[in-house]
Design a protein around this ligand. Structure first.
Ligand code: GLN
Length: 493
């Protein structure tokens, strides 16, 4: 089997008979076993995957043609999968087997995809390093050149999905992004990750973290795969009241199209004070875009510094409400240690949730409490509106897309991350949360390597439902970056 197969390579291979879906699935399952130390997966059901691959092979032999027919994908363990355990990285859901399929995974199944495993993630998608999972940390498959002994984080919360794509344990994966959880791990892992416009992908059947911010999206080996995956995942769903009924263009049509005349905004609030490596990366990308006929325009988005504090009020507020359903009664973990109903609630929640989740519940409950609601939550919502207006008035009235780094730094050590304060960890999202707060689509493209030999990502943020523009420009960046060549220089574990 060739390494690092993309969706179109797999489709060609399946069609020409070079390999079958069963052979491909077995190949990945074997690799997943050999690389089990990375801890990228929480649940693997090999038998079910092989059965699905067999069914796909039958369809292929009959000449059926679906965009993902027979393609093995990894699924973040936040998407409910009928009959397959879905934990959200938590002890609370460690025994939860959903009776239903999430809309996004159903869409992928309808397009012929095969699921080879449920990927590791930060508990309830809360984190930036995949170290809060009840199932243990997940590791980046790369090492720093200067300290090869150090184990690195893949980013979070979709760390398992990022690692499984980067280590070639699947063709592509799903993730979710509430404040950066697709883009940040994509940047650390040298792969593509897109968070679509809020409302493009249905949230139905996704374990809820902060419902007004959560969005599903793909993590893939290249831009073309991201377009194919998003096409399949997206779509109106009447089971999600925030799903938008819009006409979705064929994203593949936009790859390779001219970007001449497109206006690319650089906001000084996203670039002042960034490290030298990010400065150089941004300069390179600017040059490529100018060469392709784009116009670079300086803009200012003054509300940028408020997005992170606003996020850390709104997200915990919604989380505290969403997570109230885990009470040890209806489903999920139940403590054995109780004498009355109060103790049942208290002990089930105390034992079932990890430290970070408890911190968010406490913060959220506090900012929603009668005495502090106006001072924190209501104020945060007002500032959220100002941030949205800022994008509208000071960015998308003058430019088409915003270009900025995805993360302030590259992947850090697992041990180092356990010593970080919560606020230090939260600062990882400083360039990504803004898109969530404003509901905008944003992508991370692998674009360069740091001096230490680790991947660096560049972020492109678009206007609402302008995913096609993002793909068009990202494709040019991808071609100019030649990341396939850079990937060969990364030190693998
Ligand atoms: N790192 C952020 C947090 O911990 C974002 C998480 C996410 O996007 N799911 O909240």
């Amino acid at each position: 089997m060739k390494e690092y197969l993309t969706i179109s390579a797999v489709r060609n291979g399946l069609k020409s008979g070079e390999f079958t879906s069963v052979e491909l699935t077995e190949y990945y399952l074997k690799k997943m076993d050999a690389m089990a130390d990375l801890n990228a997966f929480i649940t693997i059901d090999s038998e079910k995957s092989i059965d699905c691959a067999k069914a796909a092979d039958k369809k292929i032999s009959k000449g059926e043609n679906k965009p993902l027919l027979g393609v093995p994908l990894a699924i973040k363990d936040l998407f409910c999968t009928k009959g397959t355990r879905t934990t959200a990285g938590s002890k609370m859901l460690s025994n939860f087997i959903p009776e239903y399929e999430s809309t996004v995974t159903q869409n992928l199944i309808d397009d012929g995809a095969i699921f080879i495993g449920k990927t590791n993630m930060d508990e309830f998608a809360m984190g930036s390093a995949n170290i809060t999972s009840y199932f243990g940390p997940c590791f980046l498959p790369y090492r720093k050149k200067t300290s090869p002994e150090m184990k690195l984080v893949p980013g979070g919360s979709s760390g398992g999905s990022a690692t499984s794509v980067a280590s070639d344990l699947c063709v592509a994966a799903t993730g979710s992004d509430t404040g950066g959880s697709i883009r940040q791990p994509a940047a650390f892992s040298g792969i593509v990750g897109i968070k679509p416009t809020y409302g493009l992908c249905s949230r139905w059947g996704m374990v809820a973290f902060a419902s007004s911010l959560d969005q599903a999206g793909p993590l893939t080996k290249n831009i073309e795969d991201a377009a194919i995956m998003l096409q399949s995942m997206a779509g109106y769903d009447d089971k999600d009241s925030t799903s938008e009924n819009i006409k979705i263009p064929n994203y593949l049509d936009f790859l390779g199209k001219s970007i001449k005349g497109m206006r690319i905004g650089i906001a000084k609030e996203y670039t002042d004070g960034i490290n030298q490596e990010n400065v150089e990366l941004l300069e390179n990308v600017k040059t490529w875009l100018v060469d392709a006929g784009c116009e670079i325009i300086d803009i200012s988005l003054k509300t940028t510094p408020y997005a992170l504090p606003v996020y850390y009020i709104i997200a915990p507020a919604e989380a505290s409400s969403n997570l109230a359903r885990y009470d040890g009664v209806k489903y999920g973990y139940r403590s054995k240690n109780y004498k009355n109903i109060d103790e049942l609630y208290i002990n089930s929640r105390s034992e079932g949730f990890g430290e970070e989740v408890k911190r968010r519940i406490l913060t959220g409950t506090y900012v929603l409490s009668a005495g502090y609601h106006d001072a924190y939550y209501t104020k945060a919502l007002k500032i959220q509106q100002m941030i949205k207006d800022d994008f509208k008035d000071n960015a998308f009235s003058k430019i088409d897309l915003i270009l900025c780094p995805t993360t302030p730094n590259t992947a850090f050590g697992v041990e180092e991350s356990s010593k970080m304060s919560p606020v230090e960890m939260y600062l990882n999202d400083v360039f990504t949360v803004n898109a969530n707060i404003a509901g905008l689509p944003a992508i991370s493209i692998p674009t360069g390597l740091s001096k230490d030999g680790l991947p660096m990502g560049i972020q492109v943020i678009g206007n609402r439902f302008c995913e096609a523009d993002i793909f068009k420009v990202s494709y040019v960046i991808e071609k100019s970056a030649c990341f396939e060549e850079l990937r060969k220089k990364i030190l693998l574990v």
